[in-house]
Design a protein around this ligand. Structure first.
Ligand code: GDP
Length: 196
């Protein structure tokens, strides 16, 4: 995959509108403000790429980006949830579960969490669905530059320890879009998922 050649492919308002289920896909998820757009933009070197998902009214779309022949990155909606009506939340939960459980081309989920607030309720729910769907998860502890090295490493160890029962399926790393740290480690995981 050539992340730096990423191009917007399409948006889907619901699972049924996803592009053909062929090839390989990696999805990115996180609570809003976790740093998902920044991470996708910094990985692809394209500052405008993930902005589409932020356009008002389009926040509930799944966005697909092409990074190679039959290789895609997928930007899942950023659950800013607080102001969304209950019925909309329920429908989105359903769509997301279908996507995680039924999408054949989906090879892994990158779950982003602010290093200062890891493993919130939304994150636990995503992990639960991913495990139920037998989907590997790679966690980015984002904005690592906001902590000094010591506290950042401590958080990394703590999160790893809390998830050690599922270390076969879940990996964790520190990441900073601002300082460009953790990109190589992330690319290695994506490369493996997008090729097998
Ligand atoms: P999203 O809602 O998950 O897409 O989050 P954004 O990528 O829009 O980031 C939310 C806020 O966190 C913005 O103000 C970003 O500038 C900031 N941010 C994102 N990544 C980093 C980072 O690596 N370091 C720092 N210090 N701030 C970041």
């Amino acid at each position: 995959p050539e992340y730096r050649r990423a191009e917007f492919l399409t948006s889907a308002g619901k699972f049924a509108q996803c592009p053909p289920d062929e090839g390989w896909e990696v999805a990115f998820a996180g609570r809003s403000n976790a740093g998902k757009s920044s991470a996708i933009n910094s990985l692809t070197g394209n500052r405008k790429l993930a902005r589409t998902s932020k356009t008002p009214g389009r926040t509930q779309l799944i966005n697909f980006f092409v990074v190679g022949e039959q290789q895609r990155l997928v930007d899942l909606p950023g659950y800013g949830f607080a102001k969304v009506p209950e019925a909309v939340k329920r429908e989105w939960t359903r769509q997301l579960e279908s996507y995680l459980q039924q999408r054949q081309s989906l090879r892994g989920l990158v779950l982003l969490m602010d290093v200062r607030h890891p493993l919130q309720a939304f994150d636990q729910q995503m992990l639960g669905w991913a495990i139920a769907a037998d989907m590997p998860v790679h966690i980015l502890l984002t904005k690592a530059d906001k902590l000094k090295n010591g506290p950042a490493s401590n958080t990394l160890l703590q999160v790893r320890r809390q998830l050690q029962d599922r270390s076969d399926m879940i990996s964790v790393q520190l990441f900073s879009a601002l300082k460009h740290t953790g990109h190589k480690e992330l690319r290695k995981v994506l490369d493996a998922w997008l090729t097998d």
